[in-house]
Design a protein around this ligand. Structure first.
Ligand code: COI
Length: 384
């Protein structure tokens, strides 16, 4: 597709405020403010959509036009950042994130309404969670306002990559990285806050079909007083081996048990878990080892509004036998039905499909997120 490269007014203002047109951003230097703003050029506003086959979207990375980037020194505050062309970043080999894993990530989505408006779902919750994680990982973090403003800038700059209504969303991946150089084990002297984006639809290859989970007993995801409750990058590589093994055996993903007793449900590699029996829905309490998911929290509130009794508590693995329904929640995953769980070679099956609690909750939360159901809770933030 031939793309005309011209300025368009609202984005131009945004980019002039804070732009660098370097495709490769140097962020691993000692100088916190190495790059200077310069105007960026962007696609014409009449390129309403990027040249994407929206019907074949999954959860693979599709790079977009721009990313947002800002940095600050330890002990200072992040200032206004800049949009630059999506591209590689240059890091010192001694960057804290490369050597000691000092990094956090977030995930949130932008949705396109039928009237073209763009919506974010509870973005301040991601900002708060990043702040809490940054404290745990001894990192500087952006303010809530900076974080939300940065998300809005990233969405606007990549507007043509937000899928049409009903075809998916623009996944936003905020990263907070210790990019300053260190050798001895210590917090990095410099931090980078970056957001990139990718259009996405279903997370699992199953699409919206029910998941088949495997209860993992050989590996733990988190331990008491560790970092299981924060979204540090260092929580995620360790789950890969179990996930790969389970996928080889035909499972969709792995469900973890608590490391202390191996008797209680924790979470799936990439999402939280709920079980339902009658009108009662239970989910493991966020006790320090479980990520406090924003979809999890929202689904709990919606379920209570719909008259379900929701319990956040210790959920014993044996309760899987009695459950009517099991479902997962997460930003990437959404509200996903679980069709079966295999534990110690015993396969348990659950009700899925029309009329389920999972479907009811999914319809409500996705309706709010995409603007087809009125947001009575103040969860939606309009981008433009
Ligand atoms: C998300 O749901 O946004 C996550 O960050 C999970 C990730 C493993 C895709």
């Amino acid at each position: 597709m031939i793309q005309r490269i011209v300025y368009f007014p609202s984005l131009r203002k945004l980019l002039l405020r804070a732009g660098s047109n370097s495709a490769s951003s140097k962020i691993g230097t000692n100088n916190c403010f190495a790059s200077q703003p310069s105007p960026l050029r962007s696609h014409s506003s009449d390129d309403e959509y990027a040249d994407v086959d929206w019907d074949s979207l999954g959860f693979g990375l599709m790079t977009t036009d721009y990313m947002y980037i800002t940095k600050c020194c330890e002990g200072q505050n992040f200032g206004q950042g800049q949009l630059s062309r999506y591209g590689n970043i240059e890091l010192s080999p001694s960057a804290g994130v490369l050597n000691y894993g000092q990094g956090l990530f977030e995930g949130t989505k932008a949705y396109r309404k039928e009237n073209g408006g763009l919506l974010l779902f509870r973005p301040e919750e991601n900002a708060i969670r990043m702040k809490i994680g940054a404290e745990r990982m001894c990192m500087a973090s952006p303010s809530i306002d900076n974080f939300v403003d940065a998300l809005k800038q990233t969405v606007l700059a990549n507007k043509r990559w937000v899928p049409p209504p009903g075809k998916g969303s623009l996944y936003l991946r905020p990263l907070l990285l210790g990019t300053g150089p260190v050798l001895g084990l210590a917090p990095a002297p410099q931090y980078t806050f970056l957001i990139f984006a990718s259009p996405v639809r279903n997370y699992f290859k199953e699409g919206s079909a029910p998941l088949n989970l495997y209860v993992e007993e050989n590996f733990d995801r988190a331990s008491s007083r560790g970092t299981g409750n924060v979204k540090t990058i260092s929580n995620y590589a360790p789950v890969l081996m179990a996930q790969i093994q389970a996928k080889k055996r035909g499972f969709s993903d792995v469900l973890y048990l608590d490391s202390a007793t191996k008797k209680n449900l924790e979470e799936v590699s990439s999402c939280n878990i709920f079980i339902a029996k009658g009108k009662c829905i239970s989910t493991p309490a966020t006790n320090g080892t479980i990520l406090s998911g924003i979809t999890r929290k929202s689904v709990i509130e919606i379920a209570r509004d719909h008259g379900y009794q929701v319990e956040e508590r210790v959920v014993n693995v044996d309760e899987l036998i009695e459950a009517d329904e099991v479902f997962c929640t997460g930003t990437a995953v959404g509200v996903a039905p679980v069709g079966s769980i295999t534990y110690q070679d015993k396969r348990m099956e659950y009700i899925t499909g029309s009329g389920t609690i999972c479907q009811e909750l999914n319809n409500t939360i996705s309706g709010i997120q995409t603007g087809t159901i009125e947001d009575k809770k103040g969860w939606i933030v309009e981008v433009d």
